[in-house]
Design a protein around this ligand. Structure first.
Ligand code: NAG
Ligand code: NAG
Ligand code: NAG
Length: 255
């Protein structure tokens, strides 16, 4: 009976530690658009290094192939693609053996001469973001026009544009254009809402520190994870002590 309850506890522990693990896929250089023949390094950053994440991708030709399986060069938690081709365009993500997946990243590879460098990961509401319009051949920045959802939003003589304090309304499909060089592909920019502003009421109606709720939640989660360890250790110790006593008594009885 004790054995089954112990097994149950271990099952609970592994279940809980699974849900607390998180991986984050990052791209370096930080861009979702690349020129053909560019270099890119992708990495699965994680909370718990024992989880064993693999980087996978879907392209138009193949699905769920992992780094090293016909593409990319695995290097620890990195996966390097030293020469990008058009066929490398696709969705990339990190996946653990247990199933959970990280954020997904869309990579675009172009053989044209202009790209837009925009944030790869979702941006937090209130942050500042910078968009850069680059040509393949000119090292210095050229004047560029920036478009959101098909309409011109700004012309910048320096080729880069900063959007301050982004809000949900800045979310959309962006592209840029450099006169004489052409247009970049389009990339989607995602804006995520901060937990403190996710509640539609005014800030006065909220507890002063919403972040502390999340902290408390994590603490409770960790307690729930570690308590079974503590309890099962106690259980085992008491079992041994009981058995020891029983043997001792039996011996006395025989004597
Ligand atoms: C990748 O392709 C598989 C098989 O078609 C599909 O089930 C999965 O949802 C795709 N993943 C992403 C992130 O697009
Ligand atoms: C992968 O790229 C990183 C730079 O991003 C470099 O430090 C590392 O040596 C490369 N590894 C391999 C195996 O090419
Ligand atoms: C990736 O791009 C495809 C096609 O443009 C789009 O349907 C999909 O939603 C994108 N996924 C992400 C995670 O941005």
């Amino acid at each position: 009976m004790e054995e089954t309850s112990l097994l149950w506890l271990f099952f609970l522990i592994s279940l809980l530690s699974c849900t607390t693990n998180q991986a984050r896929l990052t791209v370096s250089p930080s861009s979702s658009q690349f020129f053909k023949r560019d270099f890119v390094s992708l990495s699965c950053e994680e909370d718990d290094s024992s989880a064993g994440w693999t980087l996978r991708r879907n392209t138009s030709k193949q699905q769920r192939t992992q780094c090293g399986d016909g593409w990319g060069k695995p290097a620890g938690y990195l996966c390097n693609i030293s020469v990008l081709f058009i066929q490398d365009a696709g969705v990339y993500w990190c996946e653990s053996r247990e199933g959970p997946i990280s954020n997904m990243v869309n990579l675009t590879v172009t053989d044209k001469s202009v790209i837009l460098q925009s944030p790869v990961l979702p941006v937090m509401e209130g942050d500042d973001i910078t968009l850069l319009c680059k040509t393949k051949t000119t090292p210095s920045n050229l004047p560029a026009a920036f478009y959101k959802d098909g309409s011109l939003i700004r012309k910048q003589p320096t080729g880069h544009m900063t959007i301050q304090h982004v809000s949900r309304s800045d979310e959309g499909l962006y592209k840029c254009d450099i006169s004489g060089h052409g247009e970049s592909p389009s990339s989607w920019i995602t804006v995520t809402v901060k937990p403190s502003s996710a509640v539609p009421t005014s800030s006065s109606a909220l507890p002063p520190d919403y972040g502390s709720f999340q902290l408390a939640f994590r603490v409770v989660l960790h307690l729930v994870v570690f308590c079974p360890y503590f309890i099962s250790t106690l259980l085992m110790v008491s079992l041994y002590r009981c058995r020891g006593k029983a043997v001792h008594l039996n011996k006395r009885h025989l004597d």
